[in-house]
Ligand binder design. Structure first.
Ligand code: ME8
Length: 642
């Protein structure tokens, strides 16, 4: 089966940013999923170069427009490569293959009477490349609330496209195809807009020469939107190219909500007039906005350099954040702080931590060799069924252009696996030779879940299966969607824990706070041990009440390199993750603490120990030469200890 997905072709008047990256990465995730499902995919992106704003920018810089766009186009291609975007074709509207099709279409529409010559008089917004009727203009400004640039008065001879003639046919198509415009809110908006009455559209300009010439009247250049929309078929070699025959109609045109109107009105009417089938779906996602709710856009000056972000966090983490943060139909908020939190909580803790726990246990208890699963118990039956269910959910949501919903679904499985490790307590099973088979079953289930997660993550974070492959012995099946089926990991596979999949990112402000504390501070739990039976001075109830003691669940525990006594713990405090350095390495195996609930002094000033910022202290009691960490059973993380 063939599958054709497109992104908008972007204006190369400035470098790509997080917003443009979102659409492209979302389309890439869908394309990857479809390839994994064995579909023959054509994924198209590109640049929209014949716009008036390109000439203005280039003129401002005193360079030739093509020279200018060549440089920016390279940036787009470079960014997509860094983001692991695997498109099949990149179209530039300055290419001859595109111009030829635009001229052909213009000629045909003119020949059949759908394009006619008249005089245009009205307003034009260059940043939006949109004609506006007088009644829409407020105080000389573009009515788009995200633009509000000054509009310009235009009076020139123009060609017009008879949109009005196709209004009823378009409405009938929308009515008959509920999936044509998605999500539903945009569909309703478009139905209202079209029912309000379509005016014929001005489709040529004469006041500048940059663009594709009208073939029979070369003092006119084709209006940039008519030109741009045609890219979706020119790239396929319309009308008789092999790709066109194979891939048209498009399965999805993905875009932001700002340009749904052009795609839901002008584009289908061009196609109706040409007698070409309409695309199956036009999907308009929300915008990334800043914390004040302003659209992330170059003109607002609130964009962060996408290349810098990629360098700092890597493609998988950026892809994950963008795809996870834009809820279906709504806007997503972008801030670097939010991104770091997501990376730390979802990727470093939930996913990364499960992977390292799973593989470390096999290393520790079975010398790195995955044992045979044995007969599944009730929990394992439930887990394999959940994997299949999650897998169907991921597929359904992603194909419906809802990557955030798909990732939410996927994380149900991640959460279940973390809970499974806690419930089955392999460190306890390991102590009892009679539990050997039970331990084998748990270890297999965990290692297999790592493999399955590698498959599930692939469309969203293509680097994850790549990085898991060597940890799973190099031979594990991680490529096709069918590889997500439960039970394909061969017993006997040699696994290794390796480096963390997603290292935790420490927010710089912690560093700043921590610099006030000495780097040589004594490890807290050691102090507890050294106190012996010595009494301390009395304190009042009020003084005691200042100490915020809380239950915290250990998510991760590892030895601090080059020390004998220190463990670095990551603990969950009702959704917040803290790093705590504790002097208990001589008394506890790190693994034995994972999942246990300990008592944390939560309002202790951060202190830096061996370069690690410790955000609290866990309580331990001296038991002779030993130390016993205080643990609770029923209380949940975040609960007060009084
Ligand atoms: O409109 N959040 O190009 P463009 C999410 N050339 N997506 C965003 C975004 C944000 N803050 N900012 C931009 C054009 N986008 C035309 C398209 S297609 C035939 C012609 C994404 O460079 C989103 O997909 O202004 C939006 O629709 C697109 O970039 C606009 O890109």
């Amino acid at each position: 089966m063939s599958y054709y997905i497109t992104t908008p072709i972007y204006y190369p008047n400035s470098s790509p940013h997080i917003g443009t990256a979102y659409t492209t990465i979302a389309a890439d995730a869908i394309a990857r999923l479809q390839r994994m499902r064995g579909q023959e995919v054509h994924f198209l992106t590109g640049t929209d170069e014949n716009s008036q704003k390109i000439i203005r920018t280039a003129d401002g810089l005193g360079i030739n427009p093509l020279e200018y766009v060549d440089g920016i186009v390279e940036k787009f291609r470079g960014l997509w490569q860094l983001c692991d975007v695997r498109y099949d074709d990149f179209i530039r509207t300055t290419e001859e293959r595109h111009a030829a099709v635009v001229q052909r279409v213009f000629q045909q529409l003119h020949d059949q009477g759908d394009i006619y010559k008249a005089e245009y008089e009205g307003w034009y917004c260059t940043p939006c490349e949109t004609f506006w009727p007088e009644k829409k203009i407020v105080e000389g400004q573009c009515p788009n609330e995200w633009c509000r640039h000054e509009v310009e008065w235009m009076k020139e001879e123009s060609y017009f496209f008879r949109l009005s003639k196709y209004q009823e046919r378009l409405l009938a198509h929308i009515e008959a195809h509920p999936d044509f415009i998605r999500p539903v809110s945009r569909r309703n908006e478009m139905t209202r807009f079209i029912s309000g009455g379509l005016e014929d559209l001005c489709v040529s300009r004469t006041t500048f020469q940059w663009g594709i010439k009208v073939p029979f009247d070369p003092k006119h250049v084709v209006y940039v939107w008519l030109d741009a929309l045609i890219n979706y078929i020119s790239a396929l070699g319309y009308p008789d190219g092999e790709l066109f025959r194979k891939f048209w109609p498009a399965d999805v045109h993905l875009m932001g909500k700002d340009i749904v109107r052009f795609h839901a009105v002008i584009w289908p009417i061009i196609l109706l007039a040409l007698g070409v089938p309409l695309p199956r779906r036009i999907y308009g996602h929300g915008w990334f906005v800043d914390r004040e709710g302003g659209k992330i856009s170059k003109s607002r000056g609130n964009v962060q350099d996408a290349f810098d972000l990629l360098k700092r966090y890597g493609s998988d983490a950026i892809r994950y954040f963008l795809l996870r943060e834009m809820q279906s139909g709504a806007d997503g908020t972008y801030s670097e702080d939010d991104m770091v939190t997501r990376i730390n909580v979802d990727l470093a803790n939930d996913l990364g931590n499960f992977v390292s726990r799973a593989l470390a246990m096999t290393e520790r208890y079975r010398g790195g060799i995955v044992p045979a699963a044995g007969a599944p118990g009730a929990r394992e039956e439930e887990i394999s069924a959940l994997a299949a269910e999650v897998w169907r959910g991921v597929e359904m949501k992603l194909l419906a252009c809802d990557p955030a919903g798909a990732l939410e679904e996927l994380w149900r499985f991640v959460a279940r696996m973390n809970k499974y490790v806690d419930e089955s307590a392999p460190w306890t099973l390991a102590k009892d030779p009679a539990e050997r088979e039970n331990l084998d079953r748990v270890l297999y289930t965990c290692a297999e879940a790592v493999r399955v997660l590698g498959v599930f993550c692939a469309p969203f974070m293509p680097g994850v299966p790549e990085r898991l492959r060597p940890l799973l012995g190099g031979e594990a099946r991680l490529e096709l969607w069918a590889d997500g089926q439960w039970g394909l990991l061969a017993p006997g596979t040699r696994v290794q824990k390796g480096a963390p999949l997603f290292p935790r990112i420490d927010l710089s402000q912690f560093e700043a706070e921590a610099n006030t504390a000495a780097d040589t501070a004594e490890p807290p739990a050691e102090r507890a041990g050294a106190l012996g039976g010595q009494a301390k001075e009395m304190i009042s109830l009020e003084e005691f009440a200042k100490i915020d003691l809380r239950v915290a669940r250990v998510l991760k525990a590892e030895k601090v390199p080059k020390t004998d006594k220190l463990l670095r713990l990551e603990v969950d405090l009702a959704g917040e993750t803290r790093v705590v350095v504790s002097g208990i390495a001589g008394h506890y195996e790190p693994e034995a603490l994972i999942g246990r609930k300990v008592v944390l002094v939560a309002n202790l000033q951060p202190a830096k120990l061996r370069g690690i910022v410790s955000q609290g202290m866990i309580l331990a009691a001296a038991a002779g030469d030993d130390l016993e960490v205080l643990m609770v059973n029923a209380a949940e993380p975040g609960a007060e200890v009084r």
